[in-house]
Design a binder for this molecule. Structure first.
Ligand code: CA
Length: 223
């Protein structure tokens, strides 16, 4: 049994998929709007997310990107009406694990879900640790020396990204590309501001920052 979030606005499609998955003893929540999906995912944890491409509110591919940027690790199966390769690449680039082209057989959905549920647990780390910091992407919690630290969503996303890639150097441009939405008007200066604020919140006074500045190159988290 798995807990599944199905994000699909067409009832003609979501009803049969939901009924079929429920007949296989899965728990299924259906959401029909992209923004609502992001909200739901802030508070609830699922084993698999089935995400349609075309949705009101926000496109599935953006929901996927945002969810991953915020540290979400749940396997995502994208549904797309398009069989062209570019769209599939976009889905995978946004962080989807697999995709299914409409129309599809219900048996195929359950086969894909079984495959996603078999993925090694290590890929979906629920807790990230470095030095005195613990970050829980699923619950948006940051704990420093056993005390919770309050971060803004973007600060959290930036920290979670560094924690997932310890000891790697990222230029401000690379961080913009990986952590900020492609349509945002953020600049390398934005990154500098966020790094500064993040350091103020997570570093221990009098000790070197966990986020190192590599002059002329970028930043890295010193694990
Ligand atoms: Ca749709």
């Amino acid at each position: 049994m798995a807990k599944i979030l199905l994000v699909e606005d067409e009832k003609d499609l979501s009803d049969p998929v939901r009924l079929f998955l429920e007949s296989q003893d899965h728990l299924v929540d259906v959401i029909n709007d992209g923004h609502d999906a992001i909200e739901k995912l802030k508070y609830y944890t699922y084993d698999v997310i089935i995400l349609d491409w075309v949705l009101p509110g926000m496109f599935g591919v953006e929901v996927c990107r945002l969810f991953r940027q915020n540290g979400g690790t749940t396997p995502i199966l994208m549904l797309t009406a398009k069989s062209n390769t570019q769209e599939k690449i976009k889905a995978l680039d946004a962080g989807a694990d697999d995709y299914l082209t409409k129309p599809f057989d219900l048996d195929e959905v359950s086969a894909r879900i079984r495959a996603l549920l078999r993925r090694p647990i290590a890929l979906s780390a629920n807790v990230l640790k470095a030095r005195n910091l613990v970050v829980e992407p699923n619950t948006y919690r940051v704990i420093r020396d056993n005390e919770e630290v309050q971060l803004l969503p973007k600060e959290f996303a930036l920290l979670a990204f560094f924690m997932r890639h310890p000891n790697q150097v990222f230029s401000p441009e690379a961080l913009l590309d990986r952590v900020w939405a492609s349509d945002s008007d953020a600049s390398p200066e934005t990154i500098r501001t966020y790094i500064k604020r993040l350091r103020q919140k997570i570093d221990v006074e009098g000790q070197p920052s966990i986020i190192n500045t590599i002059h002329g190159v970028g930043y890295k988290l010193e694990a």
